[in-house]
Design a protein around this ligand. Structure first.
Ligand SMILES: Nc1ncnc2c1ncn2[C@@H]1O[C@H](COP(=O)(O)OP(=O)(O)O)[C@@H](O)[C@H]1O
Ligand SMILES: [Mg+2]
Length: 345
């Protein structure tokens, strides 16, 4: 039996609603993400659980497997710092005419950048909805786009257009036409937070990359919004050269990376452990295995989350109903973490 959780599945995209939510790169998908309550599951009391019919047990376990595919978003230091800086910038930028400042979340793969960025967007959108309930119909407080691989300015502009649901662009339009149309819609919809993920796909070493950063500048200068970017090693890839320094000079940087085996790592594991919904799990087992888990995952939150969720699903499927060290040993983590482990040995 293979339990598969897509390694790079963005947190929050695997919902209890059988995972068929639209991707968050469209307005509909984004709104579904914002509206979705955190995953939850209440365990049945032992006696009722034991009395379930085979069919009911199957449905019950299916729902639990779904629950563990998502589990919880932990308020890690990254999530909190991105929320804090993002909130501050949206407040400051409201009064700013031209020199609006942005936020860059930079770090290796699966260190929680996308998760933190989307949480910032969700929190902001929920706040706007609470504050201006009467004027919501035509309002799009947050836009979330992903920089396309080998992205050209045209492709990026089209990502914005796609999010906003603009009609498909005909060949006759040039990039500036699309960007203008996008800007107009965003102005009308009073977008005030623009999230641009996977910004490392913007390659400043090529002419197209330079074009693209000009384009980002175009958007930032034409829209009274706060821009938050996330991507891999952005300070090394983007903050060099004249344009890179221009972007960086206007941005606050939040760095992400592997966790050291410290108090926050242990707290993270403890939080994940309390989110487990297993019938025979002995509380504290995972927390006591903090060093082991650090060795297995190289301190990467993505690998930790995968390992714990996959182990929980296995514990349900095989009926053990508990995560033990023996079970963890049988769950592979992603290749990058395994090779770090061997490299470190
Ligand atoms: N704050 C968090 N709480 C719980 N799980 C998280 C958190 N941040 C990241 N993860 C887990 O790590 C995986 C990778 O995170 P992601 O945000 O996609 O990283 P990145 O964008 O840096 O590649 C997610 O799918 C999720 O399972
Ligand atoms: Mg990401």
């Amino acid at each position: 039996m293979v339990v598969s959780i897509p390694d790079d599945a963005p947190a929050g995209d695997l919902g209890l609603d059988d995972g068929r939510r639209e991707p968050t790169m469209t307005l509909t998908g984004w709104r579904q993400f914002v509206d979705a309550p955190p995953a939850s599951f209440d365990l049945l009391p032992g006696r009722r659980w034991a009395a379930l019919s085979a069919r009911d047990k199957e449905a019950y376990d299916e729902a639990r497997l779904n629950y563990h595919s998502e589990m919880i978003i932990v308020a890690t230091s990254t999530v909190r710092e991105v929320a804090r800086q993002g909130r501050l910038l949206t407040l400051l930028n409201r009064r700013e005419i031209s020199a609006r400042r942005g936020l860059i979340v930079s770090g290796q793969q699966t260190t929680g950048k996308t998760t933190a960025l989307k949480q910032l967007g969700r929190t902001h959108e929920l706040m706007v909805r609470r504050r201006y309930p009467a004027r919501l119909a035509d309002r799009i407080p947050v836009v979330y786009v992903t920089t396309p691989p080998k992205g050209s300015p045209r492709k990026l502009a089209m990502e914005f257009a796609r999010f906003l649901g603009l009609p498909p662009v005909s060949r006759g339009y040039n990039t500036t036409d699309i960007a203008d149309a996008v800007c107009q819609v965003m102005l009308q919809a009073r977008v005030d937070l623009v999230l641009v993920d996977e910004l490392h796909n913007l390659n400043l070493a090529t002419a197209a990359g330079e074009d693209m950063s000009d384009h980002l500048k175009y958007f930032t200068e034409h829209l009274p919004a706060t821009f938050a970017y996330a991507g891999i090693d952005l300070e090394r890839r983007l903050f060099t050269g004249i344009r890179g320094k221009q972007i960086a000079g206007r941005c606050v940087l939040v760095s992400t990376g592997a966790y050291p085996c410290d108090a926050e790592w242990k707290a993270l594991i403890a939080t994940l452990e309390t989110a487990l919904r297993l019938h025979r799990h002995e509380p504290g087992t995972l927390t006591r295995s903090a060093r082991y888990l650090h060795r297995r995952t190289g301190g990467m939150i993505g690998s930790l989350s995968h390992l714990v969720r996959a182990a929980a699903q296995m514990a349900i499927l095989e009926g053990e109903e508990a995560i033990t060290r023996k079970l963890l040993d049988t769950i592979p983590v992603d290749h990058a973490a395994e090779s770090r482990q061997h490299g470190a040995a």
